[in-house]
Design a binder for this molecule. Structure first.
Ligand SMILES: Cc1ncc(COP(=O)(O)O)c(C=O)c1O
Length: 424
């Protein structure tokens, strides 16, 4: 047995992988190391990580500035309980996030990942009304939404075969269609009717791009209209920027494309550049003011053992250093332009449709005999096709997308584009 096979066998004996069927999936590839855009397997392959390892890796793997910040912090203060205590890395991170987030954001609440960031957002919104003695139980979400895999996050996500076993346990949610130029009147009417009940506490959405349901893009103008109407009806608007945050859409946050800023913003994924897990839920003064009461029962009783872990915060601070450098912002523009040119090229082919891009996100739908969805069988051919070419792309059904680290070179991007063109 080769050393790689030994690792695979040991893995199979001890580990249960996420989102992975147990009997039909190929054995996982052991990765020895990673640098910049590349993953290196234990048997010597160099793979282009064209999806930034589930959308987290902003600046390439093993970035020395972030790695050093983690090592330094680990030797100074590795962790301390975050109730009754605080520390500089968390304070610095909160201040820096508030400087770059939409300017209505006022406080930062830390948690561990994207799902917890959205759970916290919903709990903040529900308790906001509870603290004010107002009865509002409903929440509006968008069809096709994905906000994570915990129960609250699943509840506001699209009902799908993936959450079918849990559906009896999910709370009721009012879903509206993703607004388009064609359906906008119907969607707006439905939205207004829901607001008029005065029972809606919150409206949650992935701004401009719904990631997991197939990089479905929609207009900032239509979202702005929904937010404006919701806020006029005192409904709390929650932007889940777990995927869109930190430059993905061309601006630092997708909410910055809007005129009406959300009341709560959820962040994770790119926040540490892919080094360590962290969730952030930012909110406005209006939200936190409902908690600023002497009554103990108005406290936000939510927290996690590793809340604001100093090493994680140091990684996030170092990640911001790199992100806000001129070079990185220029890389985001460069990738945006490359994607746009490639999108124009792709539009000439009849084997693909719905070619789209926003910032560093590029996506298209492969035309197949099945409808576009996560369970479209095209994925089972596409994923190995790219991997055989040493490119990591993980199509969402028949939706092919590229979401690279910002350091990807034009040559590597070209290699990814060529592999896609060869399919057409
Ligand atoms: C928009 C959005 N929200 C929440 C999540 C959940 O994040 P996590 O996987 O870190 O729990 C994801 C993950 O893909 C996401 O795309």
């Amino acid at each position: 047995m080769t050393p790689t096979e030994q690792l695979q066998q040991a893995d199979a004996q001890a580990i249960w992988h996420p989102f992975t069927p147990l009997t039909t999936s190929p054995v996982p590839l052991p990765i020895q190391s990673a640098k910049g855009t590349y993953l290196y397997t234990t048997d010597g392959r160099q793979i282009i990580d064209a999806i930034a390892s589930w959308w987290v890796n902003l600046h390439g793997h093993s970035h020395p500035h972030i790695a050093n910040a983690i090592a330094t912090q680990a030797q100074r203060l590795e962790h301390v309980i975050f109730a009754g205590f605080t520390h500089e890395p968390a304070i610095q991170l909160a201040q820096r996030l508030l400087q770059i987030l939409p300017n209505n954001q006022n406080k930062i609440f830390f948690s561990d990942n994207g799902s917890t960031a959205t759970e916290v957002a919903m709990k903040m919104a529900f308790q906001y009304f509870h603290n004010k003695g107002i009865r509002r139980k409903k929440i509006i979400a968008l069809e096709g939404a994905y906000h994570g895999d915990t129960f609250g996050a699943m509840s506001v996500g699209e009902r799908s075969p993936f959450n079918a076993p849990f559906q009896p346990y999910l709370f009721d949610v009012e879903f509206i269609a993703l607004p388009t130029e064609e359906n906008k009147e119907i969607v707006l009417k439905q939205f207004e009717d829901l607001l008029a009940t005065q029972e809606v506490a919150a409206f949650i959405f992935e701004p401009l791009v719904q990631g997991a349901s197939g990089m479905r893009m929609y207009s900032a103008k239509l979202l702005d209209t929904l937010i404006q109407k919701a806020q006029a009806a005192e409904v709390i608007c929650i932007a889940d920027e777990v995927m869109t945050g930190f430059g993905r859409t061309g601006k630092l946050f997708a909410s910055l494309y809007l005129e009406h800023y959300p009341d709560i913003i959820c962040l994770s994924k790119g926040i540490t550049g892919g080094f360590l897990p962290l969730g952030v839920t930012a909110c406005t003064e209006k939200i936190i003011s409902a908690y600023r009461e002497d009554d103990l029962m108005k406290t936000f009783f939510h927290g996690h053992s590793y809340t604001a872990n100093p090493i994680v915060c140091a990684a996030a601070n170092a990640n911001l250093d790199v992100l806000l450098e001129k070079n990185c912002l220029a890389d985001i523009q460069r990738i945006t332009q490359q994607h746009q040119a490639f999108a124009e090229l792709c539009k000439q082919y009849t084997t693909v449709e719905n070619v789209r891009c926003l910032g560093t996100i590029f996506a298209l739908d492969m035309v197949t005999s099945q409808e576009t969805s996560y369970i479209n069988e095209a994925r089972s051919k596409l994923y190995p096709y790219f991997l055989a070419k040493n490119i990591l792309l993980r199509p969402l059904g028949n939706v092919l997308y590229i979401l690279p680290p910002y350091c990807i070179s034009n040559e590597d991007l070209e290699q990814v584009y060529q592999a896609i063109l060869e399919l057409m």
